[in-house]
Design a protein around this ligand. Structure first.
Ligand code: ZN
Length: 409
């Protein structure tokens, strides 16, 4: 045994000791006196949960809210502001690396031990952001697992798309872990999806696309993605992030499309923070929430997990890099039960990015969040900053919240 986590509380209320060996949970047993010759962490009766995961971040944009304001607060305005800022030379390599390091640290101290980040590729800047994110990632070797998705700018189709296609190939060559992009910004969304799947097939890697990030119900690119994935028997992981417009369909269409997504084995990532921030600004009455059709997807058996997407940048001015904030929004705006919401930002998110689930039981990876809360619901509600974070059995982050009521004379 390498380490003993003493006196942790499971979700069922039982107090336990957790033995850790070689990064795995070796045994879970009723709490008792610890042997003298073991490294012991006293968990003080705090709740022990599967670690959090962030399946959809943008580390190359995070924490730029002051640097690049978004004047109208919508997607188009944000895109224009970002492009203008890049062309004006507002971003340096070192600045981008430093902000990404800060953003990763924030996620880590909140309990995240696995991150998937989309990273802009193409346009005037080639793979510069990918190289910056790889540099930031290197600072966290052994602390948090980070995947980088090549978010290929549009177009990638036709003659006009040749430079972006070349940039994607270069990003894959440089070690990008997945192929990404936003088909609905391309003049030929089906062609964009085909290019993405072709590139991923050649490289033997997965795909994670920003799909249907619009309230316009006539946009249903996810259907085309499912069709192509099924038709070519695509072998690697496929995720559809956003799927906002699916939430605007009739229940019958939602059910049909959800069945197609399930058949294709696509994981869907709703992203409540950014969906709520960006969507619906031109719907002053009955403003839609911009969340996908969670219930229809679940009923069809689709794997659904959730992420935060943007954090303090052009697409979301706020956000605190804590998946418990995402979980709270899933409860309040997505009408999920708290226990389901927690699962969507922990084990479901891990599985959605290709990592094993964590049971608090022998044999599971020892990636754990220990938090000063009595239940998952209370953890989501209070989001206390008294936490311990374990990655592969090692303590990699800790935070202790202290509050005090003062009664001056
Ligand atoms: Zn995104």
């Amino acid at each position: 045994m390498d380490r003993l986590l003493h006196n942790g509380r499971l979700a069922d209320g039982n107090l336990v000791d957790i033995e850790i060996t070689d990064g795995l949970i070796n045994a879970v047993r009723d709490a008792s006196a610890a042997p003298a010759d073991t490294v012991v962490d006293d968990l003080r009766g705090w709740l022990v949960l599967p670690a959090l995961a962030e399946p959809h971040a943008h580390l190359d944009k995070a924490l730029t809210a002051e640097l690049v304001p978004n004047p109208r607060g919508d997607l188009d305005s944000g895109y224009e502001a970002w492009t203008t800022a890049m062309q004006a030379g507002k971003f340096t390599h070192q600045g981008m690396v430093a902000r990404a390091i800060q953003a990763i640290e924030l996620l880590l101290v909140h309990g995240v031990t696995a991150i998937r980040s989309h990273v802009n590729v193409g346009g005037d800047f080639g793979i510069g952001n990918v190289l910056a994110m790889q540099e930031a990632r290197a600072h966290f070797a052994g602390l948090v697992d980070i995947q980088l998705v090549a978010l290929t700018l549009t177009p990638t189709t036709g003659t006009a798309g040749s430079a972006n296609r070349a940039a994607l190939a270069e990003a894959i060559e440089a070690g990008a872990d997945l192929v990404g992009g936003s088909p609905n910004f391309d003049p030929d969304p089906a062609g964009f999806i085909r290019n993405a799947l072709d590139a991923a097939t050649d490289a033997g890697i997965g795909v994670d696309l920003h799909i249907d990030e619009t309230l316009d119900p006539s946009s249903l690119d996810v259907r085309e993605l499912a069709r192509q994935v099924i038709e070519r028997c695509f072998e690697h992981g496929v995720a559809a992030s956003h799927c906002v417009s699916l939430g605007m369909q009739t229940p019958q269409t939602q059910s049909e499309v959800a069945s197609e997504i399930a058949e294709a084995g696509i994981t869907v990532f709703p992203l409540p923070q950014t969906n709520l921030y960006l969507q619906g600004r031109d719907h002053p009455s009955g403003t839609p929430r911009g969340l996908t059709a969670l219930r229809a997807l679940r009923d069809a058996g689709v794997a659904v997990a959730a992420g935060a997407d943007n954090v303090q940048d052009i697409y979301n001015e706020v956000g605190r890099s804590d998946p418990l904030e995402t979980a709270a929004l899933l409860v309040m705006a997505g009408h999920q039960f708290p226990d389901d919401a927690y699962r969507m930002v922990s084990n479901d998110a891990r599985e959605g990015i290709g990592l094993p689930r964590i049971d608090i039981a022998a044999g599971a990876p020892a990636d754990l969040l220990v938090i000063d809360a009595a239940s998952r619901r209370e953890a989501i509600a209070d989001a206390p900053m008294s936490r311990r974070v374990y990655h592969r059995g090692k303590l990699v982050a800790s935070a202790d919240q202290r509050t005090q009521v003062l009664r001056p004379d």
